[in-house]
Design a protein around this ligand. Structure first.
Ligand code: GDP
Length: 695
């Protein structure tokens, strides 16, 4: 039943993907030998290609786990480095180069590493085999090598030649077997010679009689026997075009070479019953490995059962038997996120847009007022109010001329507001707010622990908002265009504006007073602030002349204190101004829109309100509803259908908790699958045994 090795090799591949533990190691053939014993040549003869690193320095620094997969398809010959993600390498020079690089990556100071390189070779010319190539034993440590190297290599080999592995002990014919390091090492772990195959290389270098006596050695008797080979690639073959070094198939050349050598000597005639040639070696390896696999079936199944029991226990206790896959995790997370987005979109509507916009425009109105009306000197720039000021300029000789100034001032202020670029401003205020809400939703969702998904969501919302904003801000600008030329304010609008701006001014007053208080605390008390403010007032009124520019301080105050004083004076003036304007707005005069030129705060508020009403209606219809429609769809395409299996896995595994959960589920499923396969193999083997007994 020659399919056992193949099946077991497949199982090994599966177990490797879940990080198989030592207990689950399936038997392999471990190749050991001294340097230059011909170890590489034997392996290459088995594979049929030159693919191992060559050179004067010791180049095998890491174990190579070589899996040979027999593929009947004559054209399918290729190598794979699964750990590197290198697939279908058809050029064996490339394999040789990759192995050399991987070996050289081990620091020279370490010389050898335990970390195995996994290499698979698929070919119609190889049997199903699993071999492990190890660094060659060395006799003498080189000058540039660490003194403990010899021991390090020996330890590494010792680790691999444990049961149930089969040992392939390579010794050269021209070296006394008593001196073979490989045989000595194998004897230590396999004293009865039950799982060691002896390979005698370089048979062509000794006379046939001696060669034949080596193969029937009694001193170092091995149950699996010795095989004699001549593995050197004939130089004419390796130089010819057909057998390019490292790339061509050398199987035939070696077979021919061996045949011509062995057939020349009667010592190796079939009657001698000696085991000779690479072809026989291959057959023996297949047979022995198959046997070893069969006899380890029971122990391996038991080991898998134990691992499975552990995984099942963890699954039950830690995860309450909750099944999980990367796809289901992603789908659930996406659903939950879309759900939270839906509830957000339900309560973010025109009203919310309106509040945001009005707040923004209130600030713009305050800025305009400060620039155009509340600047110093007070008396010249703020519109007069008769009730507050009996000597008002309204009562002056030329009320018409005065009126004209305030009219122009208000018209230009109102124009400044409408021509502010309300379309762009309003659109970006709402788009930014939507983005901030999405960011908040993400940070409170499962996606918070997934940088990849976070980025995908942010990109989804920013790209939609960017696309929409471009046209919407232009279109909104067109909607508010009429206000740029003429604004009619109704009585009720005026009343509303008056009420609103009173609150805005009150709020602003609070802000200014809080800032003044903070400044007072910073400076160290009210008195100190008052003193420095009094000094600055005297300077401003020309009562004191500053020497120089006052940079180094003046009037007994430091420069920084003077700076704070100037801020305090500004805040005091601002608060005086706000109080005065509050009184003005609340006065009877401002109750009537006919006095709008004297009540610019109310008028500008009414304008801001009109702009807001136009903008909120438009943005609700254009920006919100379009965004609310497009965003979940964009999420689906970026995080749902658009993802490959690999990306979904990567996503789910970003969260360490989920990664552990997924690992347990996967490990359990896989071990269950493997165990089933193993049971099948055992049943098959038992049947075969029974039928062979009957025969
Ligand atoms: P490794 O260091 O054990 O891997 O040994 P190699 O396979 O690199 O072989 C060492 C040297 O012995 C090389 O020069 C090979 O060409 C040579 N060699 C290997 N096998 C044979 C053989 O069967 N006959 C002869 N004459 N030389 C061989």
């Amino acid at each position: 039943m020659m399919m056992l090795t193949r099946k077991m090799i497949e199982i090994r591949g599966l177990l490797q993907t879940v990080g198989q533990s030592e207990a689950l190691t399936l038997p392999s053939i471990v190749v050991i030998g001294s340097q230059s014993s011909g170890k590489s040549s034997v392996l290459e003869a088995i594979v049929g290609h030159e693919f191992l690193p060559k050179g004067h320095n010791m180049v095998t620094r890491r174990p190579i786990e070589l899996t040979l997969v027999h593929t009947p398809d004559a054209h399918a010959e290729f190598a794979e480095f699964p750990a590197l993600g290198l697939n279908k390498v058809t050029d064996f020079t490339q394999v040789q180069k990759t192995l050399t690089d991987l070996n050289l990556a081990v620091p020279a100071s370490d010389c050898v590493s335990d970390d195995p390189i996994q290499l698979r070779i698929h070919s119609p010319n190889v049997p199903d085999l699993s071999l492990i190539d190890l660094p060659g034993y060395i006799q003498v440590v080189g000058r540039d090598q660490p003194p403990e190297l010899k021991e390090k290599i020996a330890n590494l080999c010792e680790k691999y030649i444990k049961a149930p592995n089969v040992i392939l002990a390579i010794s050269a014919a021209d070296v006394d077997l008593a001196n073979s390091t490989a045989l000595r090492a194998s004897r230590k772990v396999d004293p009865r010679g039950e799982r060691t195959i002896g390979v005698i290389t370089k048979m062509d270098l000794v006379d046939a009689e001696r060669g034949a006596s080596l193969l029937s050695d009694r001193k170092y008797a091995l149950r699996l026997g010795y095989v004699g080979v001549v593995c050197r690639v004939p130089s004419n073959a390796s130089n010819s075009k057909l057998f390019n070094r490292g790339s061509g198939d050398i199987t035939k050349a070696i077979a021919k070479n061996e045949k011509s050598y062995f057939s020349m000597h009667p010592e190796f005639s079939p009657e001698s019953e000696l085991s000779i040639g690479t072809g026989n070696l291959k057959k023996k390896l297949m047979h022995v490995l198959e046997q070893t696999m069969a006899s380890s079936l029971k122990t391996t199944s038991e080991a898998i059962q134990r691992e499975l029991a552990e995984a099942t226990y963890e699954y039950k206790v830690q995860y309450n038997e909750r099944s999980l896959s990367a796809e289901s995790y992603l789908a659930e997370s996406l659903d939950a996120f879309k759900h939270s987005f839906r509830s957000f979109s339900d309560q973010f509507g025109r009203q919310q847009v309106r509040e945001l916009l009005k707040h923004e425009l209130d600030q713009q109105v305050l800025n305009l007022l400060a620039q155009r009306y509340w600047n110093r000197p007070l008396e010249d720039l703020t519109p007069p109010l008769p009730e507050l000021d009996p000597l008002s300029r309204l009562a002056k000789a030329d009320p018409e001329g005065e009126d004209q100034i305030w009219k122009i001032k208000l018209d230009s202020s109102s124009a400044a507001l409408t021509k502010l670029g309300v379309g762009r401003l309003a659109t970006s205020v709402i788009a930014n707010s939507l983005q901030a809400h999405i960011d908040h939703l993400v940070s409170t969702s499962r996606f918070a622990a997934h940088p990849f998904a976070r980025q995908a969501i942010t990109e989804a919302s920013t790209s939609i908002l960017k696309d929409l904003s471009y046209d919407i801000s232009d279109e909104l600008e067109i909607c508010i265009k009429p206000y740029k030329y003429r604004i009619e304010v109704e009585d009720n609008e005026w009343a509303k504006g008056r009420e609103n701006v009173t609150n805005v001014l009150k709020e602003e007053l609070k802000v200014v007073e809080a800032a003044a208080k903070k400044l007072e605390d910073q400076v160290g008390g009210r008195k100190k602030v008052r003193d420095v403010m009094a000094f600055i007032d005297r300077v401003r009124n020309g009562q004191v002349v500053l020497e120089g520019d006052g940079i180094g301080g003046a009037g007994g105050f430091s420069a920084s204190l003077l700076g704070k004083g100037r801020e305090a004076v500004f805040l005091r003036d601002r608060s005086d101004m706000l109080k005065m304007r509050l009184l003005a707005v609340k006065s009877k005069q401002c109750a009537n829109k006919k006095n709008k030129y004297n009540c610019p705060e109310v008028f500008l508020d009414a304008v801001a309100d009109k702009l807001t009403t136009t903008a909120d209606l438009f943005l609700d219809a254009e920006l919100l509803s379009k965004f609310f429609y497009a965003f979940p769809r964009e999420l689906d395409s970026r995080l749902g259908r658009g993802l490959s299996q690999e990306e979904i896995d990567r996503f789910a595994r970003e969260d360490p908790k989920i990664r552990r959960h997924l690992d347990v589920v996967r490990r359990k499923d896989l071990l269950e699958h493997v165990l089933k396969e193993m049971e099948g193999l055992r049943a098959l083997e038992a049947r075969e045994k029974r039928s062979s007994r009957r025969d």
